[in-house]
Design a binder for this molecule. Structure first.
Ligand SMILES: Nc1ncnc2c1ncn2[C@@H]1O[C@H](COP(=O)(O)OP(=O)(O)OP(=O)(O)O)[C@@H](O)[C@H]1O
Ligand SMILES: [Mg+2]
Length: 321
């Protein structure tokens, strides 16, 4: 098994809300997870399950409330100050959901890309910078002539998302964390963009964590997957587990594939309050929605069961109850 580039060890993130900080939301709950060398790890879960929080923790936008995140064995909290952060972001880059929000609307995209090069490779000549940018833009299926002189609003969402992938690539990172990179682009171009990630993994050996709420797309792009429910990993394994899911929650996701507007639907259905700390029982996090709930599921938190194919946090797969 290859060495993990990023490892999350028992990571939790609690947000305190309200004036007195009395409402606590456990957005991420004791997550153990690896991003391995040369793989695409899919992180799947409905709205509010903690996906973006995990991305932000890995990208050092948030700090864990407890637990550790390691980059090649080193706690990422040691990357401090502008120098430390820059060293970290040389290795670990992010791509976000809304490409328009991640480019300054008043600057030409080419200038933004040049700034990235100047920042990370300060001694490179302008000519070499533009050559590197040209090559990188080609890797995401565009060419320099598509980009010259243009501002972000002059691109389609799909084109601009390709350019935000290019911006991440310019740094030559080892791993890219992509938070729902295709959910805001036109449905017809989603697969093309996912194919860019697959190509980059194969040709450059870059590792990815790709967050999504669509089971079909996540299965398509990923080598391995983790399924999140209310901040907890409930099932993980190779992407094939999504074809024959074991956890009742993953089974539910698999059944609802044809419903296109699932994300919006789940936003309506689950209020933020549903994961307030006080609202959590002592048993399984999924018990209230589980069609196969048993007595023990209310009384005791299920352990992770290794079935050989997957690791699943569910009492159905243990003999001990
Ligand atoms: N900065 C914050 N302050 C307070 N609560 C937060 C913050 N960020 C996230 N949360 C809460 O943490 C939980 C997980 O949010 P997160 O954004 O990680 O979910 P998500 O899986 O990315 O959802 P979506 O699919 O809607 O993007 C939610 O209940 C959210 O309201
Ligand atoms: Mg999110």
């Amino acid at each position: 098994m290859s060495e993990p580039i990023i490892r999350l060890e028992n990571v939790s993130k609690i947000f305190k809300l309200g004036l007195l900080g009395k409402t606590m939301i456990k957005a991420v709950d004791r997550v153990n997870m690896d991003i391995r060398e040369g793989e695409i790890l899919g992180i799947l879960g409905e709205s509010g399950s903690g996906k973006s929080t995990i991305a932000r923790l890995i990208l050092k936008i948030y700090e864990p409330t407890s637990g550790r995140i390691l980059y090649r064995g080193r706690d990422i909290k040691e990357y401090r100050g502008s120098k430390g952060l820059k060293e970290y972001y040389r290795k670990v880059q992010g791509v976000f959901q809304d490409p328009y929000a991640s480019f300054n609307p008043r600057r030409r995209v080419l200038d933004v890309l040049r700034d990235v090069m100047k920042n990370y490779y300060p001694i490179t000549s302008l000519q070499d910078i533009d050559r590197e940018i040209g090559l990188t833009i080609e890797k995401v299926g565009l060419s320099m002539s598509d980009v010259i002189g243009k501002y972000p609003h002059e691109f389609s969402g799909g084109q601009l998302q390709r350019l935000s992938i290019a911006r991440a690539l310019l740094v030559k990172p080892e791993v890219i964390i992509a938070d729902e990179p295709v959910s805001m682009v036109d449905a017809s171009t989603r697969i093309d963009i996912l194919n860019i990630f697959i190509d980059l993994k194969e040709s450059e050996g870059i590792s990815f964590a790709i967050i999504g709420h669509d089971l079909g797309l996540t299965r398509y792009v990923s080598d391995r997957v983790v399924v999140l429910y209310r901040g907890q990993i409930v099932e993980e394994g190779s992407a094939e587990i999504l074809s024959e899911p074991l956890h009742p929650y993953t089974q539910m996701l698999a059944k609802s594939i044809p419903r296109i507007d699932k994300k919006w639907e789940s936003k309506l259905e689950y209020s933020v309050g549903s994961i307030e700390l006080g609202a959590r029982g002592i048993g399984c996090i999924f018990v209230d929605r589980c069609p196969q709930a048993m007595d023990i599921c209310r009384r005791q938190e299920p352990p992770y069961i290794d079935t050989g194919k997957s690791r699943v946090k569910c009492w159905l797969y243990t003999e001990k109850h």
